[in-house]
Design a protein around this ligand. Sequence first.
Ligand SMILES: Cc1cc2nc3c(=O)[nH]c(=O)nc-3n(C[C@H](O)[C@H](O)[C@H](O)COP(=O)(O)O)c2cc1C
Length: 353
Amino acid sequence: MNTFQSVEALFKPFEMGNLKLSNRILMAPMTRNFSPNGVPGEDVAAYYRRRAENGVGLILTEGTFINHPDVASEVPAWQEDVPHLYGEDALNGWSKVVEGVHEAGGKIFSQIWHMGARGNVNDYSKQEISELIEAFEQAATNAKKVGFDGIEIMAAHGFLIDQFFWKKTNTRNDEYGGDMVNRTRFASEVIAACRRAVGPEFPIVLRISQWKYDFYTAKLVETPEQLKHFLTPLVDAGVDIFHASIRRFWEPAFEGSELNLSGWIKKLTGKPTITVGSVGLDADFLDFFANGEQANGKANKIGALVKRLEREEFDLIAVGRALLADPDWVNKIRDGRIEELLPFTREALDTLH
Ligand SMILES: Cc1cc2nc3c(=O)[nH]c(=O)nc-3n(C[C@H](O)[C@H](O)[C@H](O)COP(=O)(O)O)c2cc1C
């Protein structure tokens, strides 16, 4: 197989406004729990820098907590080492991360994250909703201040913003609940507030998904028409790039077309999109969380990925576990060193490779 030829499209630069990426390969956001008390240290900086040194076009950081009481109080043990995007120490830590990535010629966006309502989004008062929006806005301000090249707002996987999106978790009967447009209102206000905070040039990515963390078969929308209805207010609010989180990039979003979810979003909005899901691996990541299943490094689907990219179904490709286990993954793919691809194992999580 002439791998070098076949992967060329992955290595074309990408430009959007002031954002210039040297290739199409992104590191997917992955929580690593290596930031004691929310502060990323030198090991985290070195981990991200290694990806930039080894050719990753854009790094999306692991989810970083915004400063909101629902997040800061009663933090379960596993979240204690999740990084914050607030507080002097955490922000100093992040500015060192950013500096290292930039020195190595890379770009890095911070993923801003609220884990979700403790009870239910139905319980929030209007005042609490305003405070949540302010916390997102503050996180966006902080991201820009420490030098990130953009932000990704986490609105997928059943976390807070997604809880507002989904009719099963949002049965509010005010303007934040009810029909699809009302259920996007919270997200739209978050996006608009972040946009005000960072200005028109700073890229804002929105990560969305059909599936939820504890409900893999959930669907926000059933048809392309519903998807369009859902996306329109989010585009109007100021999203630059959509990141559609799916488990396997080759799976169609709707019957009757091969397009995956990012493909449909690009077609319906004209916005650049990021795809993701089992790139270079032979098992999806929920198999790993559910069964601890190892995934072996494979290049067999890379050809299909490149074809979709060449057809401009999407613009950018996020790679998760393969890049978590192997900082040199991009170079191996570029050079056709397929036999050197590493498997992703549970042990890979124990270290910042
Ligand atoms: C250890 C681990 C941590 C993750 N943490 C996050 C996260 O913080 N934010 C997020 O949006 N997705 C998170 N994800 C999902 C990944 O971004 C990605 O969508 C998923 O792993 C599928 O890509 P892959 O098949 O290339 O691994 C995580 C995945 C893994 C394996």
